[in-house]
Design a protein around this ligand. Structure first.
Ligand SMILES: C[S@@+](CC[C@H](N)C(=O)[O-])C[C@H]1O[C@@H](n2cnc3c(N)ncnc32)[C@H](O)[C@@H]1O
Length: 248
């Protein structure tokens, strides 16, 4: 009798390909189904639209007179980094990311827009360039910190490369660390679902696999940041916080 599977079916490549297809189709179907039910699509539109630019404007106003050097850690495809470079034409802006597609896209964005004050590097946050010690006025981590499987080296290195009077800004789309306090927050429910497929696997992807994701929450992030050498300005229980070195 003919075998139902051939040797080719069992090769690792075919298996991986099928696995990826099944997972991808499953996630798309689940995303569409649940997205419509819980208002995910509207929530995502809201989150990535005016609120983000409003947050950015607040930060830019806050930092206006202080900026000479900026480091964007986990810059992705560089859109925000390029906006910052445009906003501060006299500043030197650097974007780093571990993803090669992101950095290639960011470099193309820089070239297409003839930006001369921004550089993009394929580089992880765990081991920053030695010459950068105490050289950045402003370090930003937008939607990155809660994704990390081990935030310790990233935070330690960021503090090393920040000037003593520099500012570090974190933006993480978090709710409260105690899930009971998040009841009724529909946009957060939608974000939590996305986090299960994106942030959480990222944060579990290497030792020590802290598994933070969106569920980490504002309170836990604040405690972690304070216990690791920074003080937080103003309200620490908001998505976007500004910090400076605790020991000056
Ligand atoms: C959700 S994206 C945010 C991109 C951008 N900051 C924004 O707000 O549009 C997170 C980015 O962090 C990058 N990333 C994750 N771990 C990193 C690490 N250890 N060092 C540098 N970049 C990292 C990912 O490759 C990804 O591009």
């Amino acid at each position: 009798m003919a075998s139902l599977t051939s040797a080719a079916d069992e090769s690792p490549d075919v298996y991986e390909d099928r696995f990826n297809t099944i997972v991808y189709n499953g996630v798309v179907a689940l995303g569409i189904g649940l997205g419509q039910r819980v208002g995910l699509f509207k929530a995502l539109t809201d989150l990535s639209g005016p609120q983000t630019s409003q947050k950015l404007q607040t930060i830019l106003d806050y930092m206006k007179d202080k900026i000479r050097t900026v480091l964007d850690i986990g810059c992705g495809v560089g859109k925000l980094t390029a906006s910052i470079a445009n906003y501060f034409p006299d500043a030197k802006v650097v974007g780093i990311d571990v993803d090669s597609y992101a950095i290639e896209t960011a470099i193309k964005l820089k070239e297409d827009n003839h930006l001369t004050n921004v550089e993009f590097y394929l580089h992880g946050a765990d081991n920053l360039t030695e010459e950068w010690t105490k050289s950045f006025d402003w370090i930003i981590m937008f939607r990155v910190f809660h994704d990390l499987p081990n935030p310790d080296p990233c935070l330690r290195e960021s503090i090393r490369v920040m000037k003593d009077d520099g500012v570090m800004t974190f933006l993480d789309n978090l709710g409260h660390s105690n899930p009971k306090l998040n009841g009724g927050n529909k946009p957060l429910a939608a974000t939590l679902m996305v986090s299960c497929y994106m942030c959480l696997p990222c944060s579990l992807s290497a030792p020590p696999a802290v598994g933070n994701g969106i569920g980490w929450g504002l309170e836990n992030r604040a405690v972690y940041i304070r216990e690791n050498g920074l003080i937080i300005h103003d309200n620490e229980l908001v998505e976007c916080i500004h910090c400076s070195k605790a020991t000056l």
